[in-house]
Design a protein around this ligand. Sequence first.
Ligand SMILES: [Fe+2]
Length: 335
Amino acid sequence: MEPDLSPLPGSTFGAVLRIPPDRDTKSAIAAFEAEPGRLNDLLNRAGGPLLFPALHAIAKEPEMLVRLSRLFGPEVEDYRRTLSESHMIHPRHGEIYVLGNRPPSCRQPPAPPDPPRTADGALPVQFPHRRGWHTDQSFRRPPPDISLFYAVKACPKGQGQTLFADGSGAYESLPPHRKGQIGNLAGIHVYPFWGRSEDEVRAGKTPRPLAPHEQPQRQPVVRMHPETGRRALYLCESGQMDWVLGPFAGMEPGPDGEGAALLYELMAHFTQPRFTYAHEWDDGDLIVYDNRCLAHCATWFDAARHERLMWRTTVWGNPGELYAGEDRSWVAEGA
Ligand SMILES: [Fe+2]
């Protein structure tokens, strides 16, 4: 492993990058800025989530999160320009999306899985026992590359974890016939809650009419990472795939079609415990994750008793050759 990196405890992928205790966060960021490309290279070497523990200074100076984000790609999304709800955006930094269970964002955690533990007492991670696996904003073309997720205030350990799944390891372990079947397959992704998720389709909900910039988007099921050249599964499940037209282009659609059967099989494979990592957050933790090769998932916490406050940024601009020259699907005409 790269000298600056150490293994991520409890995980077969990803790494930890510790800022030396004698160095303050701001000067460490300045040192990274003086070597453009180095942090991104370390992320690629980590091969999974890259954890920076104890960056407490960011909570007081959120600008530092934006500076760090700029080191991972050409463009950091400004949520003020991308149709995001204003109460979810940091009041002084439009690049920071605020995920807290208290006002103003009021984002509540998902329900716990049913049953809440596996038969051997572990935290459930595997789909479909665990629901909510996705990659950020896969309903946009081109999709974002990298997300930075920072814990201003974590909830107590044992709840409110973030789960990560290794799309490269999962892809590489597929049998040859399955790799052949999905090599040129496209998944159809759409924004959740517009009547096109699995649960909504099963409930007979009428899908909401979609404007041109809200249309479902096709994405390759197998993505080639533009920097490492590794192939990875690129999929979501019940909530962020389109269960009206998809989940796969060219296969029988709907929740009981042959496409649904394949998606269930692929997602169960993708999220096996051997390809997953559950992060228990501490205040000041920053995790950088690459949406081009990882899926992730939120877990329940006791929101009535605990406050949790997370900040997220998204980095764009290097989705790979497949998307070269494309206009942004999510930008409304005249916006
Ligand atoms: Fe997410």
